[in-house]
Design a protein around this ligand. Structure first.
Ligand code: CS2
Ligand code: MN
Length: 346
């Protein structure tokens, strides 16, 4: 496994100097959030980020996320132009040595939570999701961009997007995804890039918006639709693990050849559609991270892996989910599990 941590660039209160103190880090996951969906990641912008990381001794291992515009997801007049821009960005990333590209295909919203700092019994805080609390969102004033989201929206924009996305439905969203993949996967193949589709987070419909990357059947269908190793998956154990019906070790084994990137995260399920995030340690939650890593290692999966969201510990202030403390502890745990498997198989 290639051990990485995510860094958000100038918006991130965690510095690269701080990341440097984490042992056994093979590279960094980063993106260019200033470039809106539909825009091109130019060689100059990529080079600036690459150089910044290199100055701290880091490789830029994964681009996360290269945003897919709503025109591509929902179908809009700028679709072809945006797909062409996405392909140009892929080629530019490959030329700079970034060969794993994470993206998602959730309409309108990327990941969502209903509480960004739920106090846990141990005195830390974590992000939480309670399905019933979605009703409390008032979109009339719009929605600010959450960390890692491609953008925020005004109330009017949201209303229009909601209308379009709800009218679209799952089947046509799937058609839009396969049309997108048919266009970008050959470019990825040629450039030597693996695409890594992030699952829906949470893995069920929210606000009556269609979602199609939530379970084994949906993922299988997408991987089959364009059957190439370049059409890969981000195996996010936290996103998928929020649904009790997802058997993560079985999914890790089934999709191993197509897993291009791993997000390791643990959640505690508190209801059918309720959960909060917890430490990576198995005692803390419901995700069988050891089982997942065991299957991945047995299948010879050797791809970038990063600890995903963690708790906020000891008063740390950071982007929700992305404090360094719990992620660094989680990384150490994951490194230990992987090292033990490697040793036992040697
Ligand atoms: C989230 C997202 O689960 C996660 O990693 O923090 O930001 C995720 O990276 C994006 O949805 C991927 O496109
Ligand atoms: Mn994730």
């Amino acid at each position: 496994m290639i051990f990485t941590l995510r860094w958000f660039g100038h918006e991130d209160p965690v510095s690269l100097t701080a990341l440097r103190q984490v042992a056994g880090l093979d590279g960094v996951v980063s993106g260019l959030p200033d470039i809106l969906a539909g825009g091109v990641w130019t060689p100059a912008a990529i080079e600036a980020r690459r150089r910044e990381l290199a100055e701290h001794g880091f490789a830029w291992t994964v681009a996360e996320s290269l945003p897919v515009s709503e025109a591509i997801k929902l179908g809009g007049p700028e679709r072809d132009e945006h797909v062409a821009a996405w392909c140009t960005s892929l080629r530019n990333l490959a030329a700079a040595g970034v060969r794993t590209v994470c993206y998602n295909f959730m309409p309108v919203f990327d990941w969502i939570r209903t509480d960004f700092a739920l106090p846990l019994a141990d005195g830390s805080t974590a992000m939480a999701y309670a399905h019933a609390d979605l009703a409390r969102f008032d979109f009339s004033a719009g929605m600010e961009r959450l960390a890692a989201w491609a953008q925020g929206y005004t109330g009017a924009e949201l209303e229009a997007l909601f209308r379009r996305a709800r009218a679209l439905g799952e089947e046509r969203l799937f058609e839009h995804l396969t049309a997108f993949l048919a266009a970008v996967v050959p470019v990825a193949e040629e450039a030597g890039v693996r695409l890594a589709l992030h699952p829906d987070d949470p893995p069920w419909p929210i606000f009556d918006l269609p979602r199609i990357v939530s379970d084994a059947a949906g993922i299988e269908r997408i991987l089959q639709a364009v059957d190439s190793p370049a059409n890969g998956l981000t195996f996010c154990t936290g996103a998928l693990g929020a649904a009790a019906g997802n058997d993560l070790p079985a999914m890790a084994e089934a999709f191993a050849p197509r897993i291009a990137f791993v997000h390791a995260r643990n959640v505690r399920r508190t209801g059918a559609r309720d959960f909060h995030e917890v430490a990576h340690h198995p005692s803390a939650g419901d995700v069988d991270l050891v089982g997942v890593l065991e299957r991945l290692m047995a299948a010879g999966v050797d791809v970038p892996l990063r600890p995903d969201h963690g708790r906020m510990l000891w008063g740390e202030q950071a982007i929700p989910g992305y404090g360094l403390r719990d992620r660094a502890i989680g990384l150490g745990y994951l490194q230990g599990v992987v090292a033990a498997f490697e040793r036992s198989r040697a």
